[in-house]
Design a protein around this ligand. Sequence first.
Ligand SMILES: [Zn+2]
Length: 528
Amino acid sequence: MNRIRSLLIRLGAVVWIAAGSQPDASAQVTASADFDNGSMGRMRLSAETRRPAAGRDSIGVVSLEVRSRVDPADPYDPKAWPNSRWFHFRLQGVKERLLLLRIPNTELERPFYSYDGRSYRRMDAGALIRPQTLLVAAERDTLYFAYFLPYTHERHTTKAEQWSRSPYVVCREIGRSGGGVPLTMLVVTDPEVPDVGKRRVWIHSRVHPSEAPAAWHLEAMIEELLADRPLSRQLRRNTVFHIVPEPNPDGVIGGYSRTTAEGINLETDWDRPDSLTSPEVAALKRLLALLADEQPMDVVLNLHSQRAPFVTYWIHTPESSSQQMYRRKMLLSALTIGHTPYYRPIDQRFSTLDPKYAEGWLWKRYGERTLAVTFETTYSYYNADPQGEWVSAENLAELAHSSLLALSDLLDLGGEERLLLDCEAEAGRGWETRSDDDRLYFGDSFRIARRKGAAFTYSAPATLPAGRYEVYKWVPGALAARFSEGENRWKPLGVTIRKRRGPLRFRYRAAAAGDPLDAVLLVRIADE
Ligand SMILES: [Zn+2]
């Protein structure tokens, strides 16, 4: 009894309500997943036992095992090993019972639960009483469990419908899934500004349907792109975004882990002959090729989520791409690190480009014209620190903001809100031009001061509005998997004030001989 009582006290997440009548011991606990994004494998239920409990005659204890459902086998690749991971199921008949819930074939740390299938919370750490087993006391009869905060197909269609009402969005059906569900693309830009001269960015998310954090991450990016905020306005003026939030709707609806309902892993479906290519990937390829005829994408972001408890890009090695492409991906990675506490240099990951992936397919066609890279969010906690912050829709939105800042700085999309000035366009006496292979910098070169006090003048365009601007300089650091906090980042230099609209000349003086200089960034902080 003491054991039961102490367990009850530890259940912070799901609170046991002691009041109420005895449950009907004959009522069976049932499990189901016949809803949008629901998923469960085999369930095994043991007979209910009754244990003595404080303040009542006894408590029913039900042991049940629910497996994560294994994805269907790939019909074209017998060597592909089907995965399990995702679970999202509903238990009924659980009120005032203690549940010993074992989910053996997936990672089980702090899953999410809900009483209504709409509002979900992460369970407290104490609910995991031993590996793969939760102890839960339910206060209502129905209880949902999910691997991560679910992002349903219904949420996708509701949001897409809402976004399509924005004057900055054109919503297009680009094809149909294997199950006949429309694949939706949003084109986000400012229609008042001609598309000629704008940068092109493509983002798709969650080809692996269990990777719901990627969907929350992208949702927040889209919300920010459509917001009535200065930087959002600049991003829309300078960029055409092509966004496919849900390229695998059958996988999302059916609650698969990594495949479509046919067992196809869309992530590795890019180099198959057309006759064997899934309709989903065929639609993405068709559209990317069509758009590239006009102008290849500058950046393609492929948003995923990984089991490992940190976020990262999969940066392609220079050997499998090129030194220049490697440098630009490392720059995007370093910029992202600089804008968020949730990504660290030691978490950077590297991979070999392969034509079976979207990135390899794009590289073969567009080479250095298109920077294509996968970004992984995570499900559990950041920075490999379980004592730190756990992943939520809120901090994924913060990460989305960082992703947009990094993209803005990489492609100089921020207009007068985040103006990038590279030193390449400028002359400067007392400076040596360098293009070291082992440093990370913007463009093709950076400068090194020959002596202390060497001056370098940056010029901003005449259209720069009046205002207060924070000024940062890029510190070109090691082009390496690991770098220290002081390098490969924007270093603040101070604030400059523009009284009137007009050209701005900004003079930098070397602090010492050897002082490196590369791009500077002007961030507008207020109107003057
Ligand atoms: Zn993935």
